[in-house]
Design a binder for this molecule. Structure first.
Ligand code: FE
Ligand code: CA
Length: 551
């Protein structure tokens, strides 16, 4: 029923030893340390048991509000939802302003926003090993229902969040509305899009990656000032490498009230892209020339901080440098969501990455974007699916993008274009499984695109087998423009591209049994607050007749 995801394991905690090692040899040398240190780092940090367990903090000793970073919920199932918060009275301090003690947190779930009719309550433990984050799987819930939740620690009560469960398994859900977002570089703008998203009437929000950026946030904090009351800017003016770096960066991002409002308003289903770890990494290959064993230490830190700070369930808890993020969610028989991870298992980018001419290296059939296991899981899941819509929330652009209508044309080696054999196996698998209504959801590129997915992108006359909705960034890239400089080239070179807009914003999608509708929303600017929201374009696609048509 109700499970506290951070139940202590009967494994010793090495966290103090690891911190000591790191302090002793310094960050640079720590990262170039030997396999022994790597093994230590990967084993580290599960809450200890018995004598190694942290003592419990008497919550009467809490003198400052620990709920500074808001609440969140995620991955709705028909009978349960994941509830999240983090205790951090001093969020820009490495320890969050708490001693290395366990803290007991109470939670409650109600049918109403005033918590008059509480239907579930329980206790969870915030462990110092998990940076005092709380992940509660609230179970025994009714399907297809809205709930309100909040936490309590000592005399402090968290802000309330609103969430919902998925419809009953195999039920004929009438409609599903969701938002899609990606790419929210903090220092490049205000989260105005999130302010509007929080006010939308949605069942769920899908985050498609680049929740944070690893780059240094400079002293001027780019387009906006550091949060009030801060900061020794040294906290953020270097690239994130260590666990502490990544944890503090999540605190910076979650200091934003609009982001917190969006999390409080809707359950999120999250997947990552590259920047939660490092720009354009591929599996165990980093962007720059760092040996894989060193990069894996960094990846372990990044993945751990990601799990800690996202509303993710137990199966997504990381083991060292590994975290199984790909997973399946259902919305009755209306939709099946196969959430992908196209970073952790991919072959290295061909031709040194970037936009390049395709050739034997990129077209090598052994190359993969998903890894073999995830690809098998996706195709198996499609074969068993009886959903009207097969939705694939993922990271990088699926449809072909040639950069010019005049051959030879380049393609992006970081996207599915750089892994054409992988894309062909997925499209052939969808066809073999009889997937009728394929909808791919994408982030990463900081622009809105709408695509018809062609069975063979090289042949404009080939069948349209699905649609791809690419959502622009929330802030990344700064203000952007409705018609980027390459607009004419890209739209002429790619007739299956039905829409292109380079402003910031988000997208909403409504799925029904007969058709789906996508509304591409934009804000005029992000470098100052208060931009108005515009629906730049709306499309529909009919069930059984794929392809985008203006709404
Ligand atoms: Fe991005
Ligand atoms: Ca990206």
């Amino acid at each position: 029923m109700t499970q506290d995801l951070t139940t202590p394991h009967a494994r010793p905690s090495h966290a103090p030893e690891l911190r000591a090692v790191a302090r002793h040899i310094g960050r640079r040398r720590f990262l170039t340390a030997t396999g022994a240190a790597a093994a230590l780092a990967f084993a580290v940090g599960l809450p200890g048991a018995g004598t190694a367990a942290a003592a419990e903090l008497d919550t009467a000793q809490l003198t400052d509000d620990p709920f500074t970073l808001g609440v969140a919920s995620g991955d709705p199932h028909p009978d349960s939802v994941l509830l999240w918060t983090r205790l951090a009275p001093v969020p820009y301090q490495a320890d969050g302003g708490l001693p290395a003690r366990r803290v007991t947190v109470e939670w409650e779930l109600a049918l109403d926003a005033r918590f008059r009719s509480v239907v579930r309550r329980g206790k969870a433990t915030a462990h110092p090993e998990f940076h005092h984050t709380v992940h509660v799987e609230a179970g025994g819930l009714a399907p297809g229902r809205v709930y309100h939740y909040r936490f309590r620690a000592g005399r402090f009560v968290s802000p309330a969040g609103r969430t919902r469960t998925a419809p009953a398994p195999r039920s004929r859900a009438a409609e599903l509305s969701f938002g899609i977002v990606s790419c929210q570089r903090y220092d490049q703008g205000y989260y105005t899009a999130y302010r509007y998203l929080a006010e939308e009437d949605l069942d769920v929000v899908l985050h498609l990656g680049d929740y944070l950026y690893e780059y240094a946030v400079n002293d001027a904090a780019g387009a906006r000032a550091y949060p009030a009351g801060t900061l020794p800017s040294g906290l953020f003016n270097h690239e994130t490498v260590t666990l502490e770096d990544y944890r503090l960066r999540y605190a910076l991002y979650k200091s934003d009230p609009d982001l917190r409002a969006a999390h409080a308003a809707h359950p999120f289903v999250v997947t990552w892209d590259d920047h939660e770890t490092e720009n354009n990494y591929a599996g165990d290959t980093p962007e720059n020339s760092v040996p894989p064993e060193e990069f894996l230490l960094r990846r372990a830190a990044a993945y751990r901080a990601y799990w800690e700070n996202m509303p993710l369930r137990r199966p997504q808890r990381p083991e060292g440098p590994d975290l199984k993020l790909y997973r399946r969610l259902h919305w009755g028989r209306l939709a099946q969501f196969d959430v992908l991870d196209t970073r952790q298992y991919r072959s290295n980018q061909a031709y040194g990455d970037g936009w390049q001419y395709p050739g034997p290296e990129s077209e090598d059939p052994s190359r993969t974007l998903t890894g073999a296991a995830q690809e098998r899981w996706l195709l198996d899941g499609w074969r068993r699916s009886d959903a009207v819509w097969n939705v694939v929330p993922q990271q990088v652009t699926f449809s072909r993008r040639l950069d010019t209508p005049t051959p030879p044309a380049k393609v992006s080696m970081d996207s599915w274009d750089g892994y054409p054999a992988s894309r062909e196996r997925v499209l052939a698998g969808a066809q073999a499984a009889g997937v009728e209504n394929l909808m791919v959801l994408t982030g990463d590129v900081h622009v809105h695109y709408g695509f018809d997915i062609k069975r063979d992108f090289a042949d404009p006359g080939s069948k349209t087998v699905g649609t791809e909705i690419v959502t622009t960034s929330v802030t990344s890239g700064g203000n952007g423009s409705a018609r980027p400089a390459n607009y004419d080239n890209l739209t002429a070179a790619n007739p299956h591209m039905r829409f292109y807009n380079g402003l910031r914003g988000y997208t909403t999608v409504t799925l029904g049994p007969e058709r789906a509708r996508a509304d591409f929303k934009t804000v005029s600017h992000v470098t100052t607050q208060g931009a108005p929201l515009t629906t730049a374009a709306s499309f529909v696609t009919e069930a059984g007749d794929p392809g985008l048509k203006p709404a």
